[in-house]
Design a protein around this ligand. Structure first.
Ligand code: SAM
Length: 319
């Protein structure tokens, strides 16, 4: 059941979309005077080493965060002008992407000084991103089931010395969510980021979100989902949209595609699977600022991370 380890994927293109969106949400939601409860149902280990065994083996950060921060290669002097596969990469990053880099800099002092990819050693998972934005009155509740990741998360959070403001539990995030809704000060953001390694995760996400919206209609609910050729994956954003519309809540759906999802073959005729080509973030009750934040950031993610002519983004909203 537990073959998924986020360390293999830390800093990939899905994390760039996921964490840029999460930062934009946290930045807005923690500006208010009333206490915010943040519930992260699938927290992971909290921190990942980009020079560690897992991330180095998979190399996924190379196609994600490391590509985002890489300087633009100057064109070869004799290069002929040609139609680019994706839009030209930007010189100045959008504010939401700058905020993402600032979060990385806070954990990587040497990277903050030099801006060099080689100095980006630590990659923050969602718990450390959320924690960076909390003020004294806010609470962060983290859930992680994997025994090893739970242990790493608990240890990483303990080192922050933030006491009871951040709690870590080895419980099923889908199950426990209902016990925290509605939250004491009636302000909450829920981040639901399963690994979808079991098919039933898709149905559990929609059931869990439907129940949560019933219990506490004004919370901000954030779901990451993979865009892969699988019926359950295809249906999930549609189900979430139906749920939001039926409940009379506003919603936003942002997606990032970096390459084609088609299978290809190598010279020996072996089938090559493309890996994860795209993913999305669905938000119920998004802050009014989120659309504008992503409208600037998403085209830049495509320009920087796009791998072929299928690279694109989607941004829809309603309610
Ligand atoms: N949210 C993290 C981040 O952005 O850094 C990454 C989370 S990773 C995609 C999903 C995590 O959920 C894995 O670490 C996995 O062990 C954990 N997990 C799987 N099923 C779970 C469940 N029912 N409740 C809580 N955690 C679960």
């Amino acid at each position: 059941m537990f073959s998924y380890r986020h360390a293999f994927h830390a800093g990939n293109h899905a994390d760039v979309l996921k964490h840029t969106t999460l930062i934009a949400l946290m930045k807005y939601l923690t500006q208010k005077d009333t206490a915010l409860t943040v519930i992260d149902t699938h927290a992971g280990a909290g921190l990942y080493r980009l020079d560690g065994d897992y991330t180095e083996t998979s190399g996924e950060a190379l196609e994600g965060v490391l590509k985002l921060i890489a300087p633009l290669a100057p064109p070869a002097p004799d290069a002929k002008p040609r139609k680019p596969a994706v839009a030209a990469a930007p010189e100045v990053l959008a504010p939401a992407l700058q905020d993402y880099l600032n979060v990385l800099k806070a954990l990587n002092p040497q990277f903050a000084q030099t801006g060099e990819a080689a100095h980006l050693k630590i990659y923050p998972g969602s718990p450390f991103i959320e924690q960076q934005f909390l003020s004294g009155r806010d609470k962060l509740k983290l859930f992680e089931l994997h025994p090893t990741d739970f242990k790493s998360l608990a240890g990483n959070i303990e080192q922050l010395g933030v006491g009871r403001q951040v709690t870590v539990s080895r419980e099923d995030g889908f199950e426990v969510l209902k016990t925290f809704l509605p939250p004491p000060a009636r302000r909450a953001m829920v981040f639901c980021d399963p690994s979808y390694e079991i098919k039933s995760d898709y149905a559990r996400v929609s059931a869990c979100m439907a129940d949560a919206v019933k219990r506490f209609a004004t919370g901000t609910y954030v779901v990451w989902y993979p865009i892969i050729p699988r019926p359950e994956a295809h249906d999930l954003p549609r189900k979430l949209k139906t749920l939001a519309v039926k409940a009379g809540r506003s919603w936003l759906n942002a997606s990032l595609t970096v390459k084609s999802s088609k299978l290809t073959t190598d010279t020996a005729g072996e089938v090559i699977r493309p890996g994860l080509p795209a993913s999305g973030m669905f938000v119920i009750n998004p802050p009014h600022t989120l659309k504008a934040d992503l409208q600037l950031a998403l085209p830049q993610m495509v320009a920087k991370l796009g791998q072929d002519r299928h690279a694109s983004f989607g941004l829809e909203h309603g309610g």
